[in-house]
Design a protein around this ligand. Sequence first.
Ligand code: MN3
Length: 238
Amino acid sequence: MANRRNFIKNSLGLAAGVLLAKNSTATASLSSLGQTGFKFEQVPLGYAYNALEGAIDATTMQIHYEKHYGTYVKNANDALVDEKVQAKDAKAIFASIDKYSSKLRNNAGGAFNHAMFWTLLRSPKVDNKPTGSVLQAINKDFGGFDQFKEQFAKAATSQFGSGWAWLVVENGKLKVGGTANQDNPLMKGVALQGKPILGLDVWEHAYYLKYQNKRPDYVGNFWSIVNWDQVQKYYDAK
Ligand code: MN3
């Protein structure tokens, strides 16, 4: 498992797909000799399961990280082997996602989206807001932070069934939208296209223990735990 510092450093290169670890253990076992692809890694959460209490409870975080996310990573790696995928990174896979099975699509998406999601959260903060060029871009493209929050919340609450809400950059412009299941805006053919800089998991497994059917309350409390410093880093990354 990569240590947290390396993960943070690597995660700055989101657009290059370096959320994925290169297969640095290729010579560690006979079964992987000659393997030239990469595999997904279950990245460290980076904070305690109870760090988000007030917005997301510790039990939800533990099950989400260990069970749901852990399973996506395992199944994604199984599918990469089964389908003999030799892509250099996740971005390359997502760019031709129509070539692969739904097992690979769902689990590679799940592994990538959650690795990103963990970095986007931090302990609750009063008056939690973006600053700098992200705030400027939000003001320019949405007419203000409150207007942006309203549009993002609408995308999050209106996503039918399981999926994600996203803030993306496309051709220098910010956009908000949703994707179904574990799809993301880097996948070919998905209606919402762009570089994701903020994402919110709206699967019931992400909130049901604490919020039951009240997804809007989960979305409302999300604003207190967004790690805007990290959003800025994704925004700045090439
Ligand atoms: Mn999830």
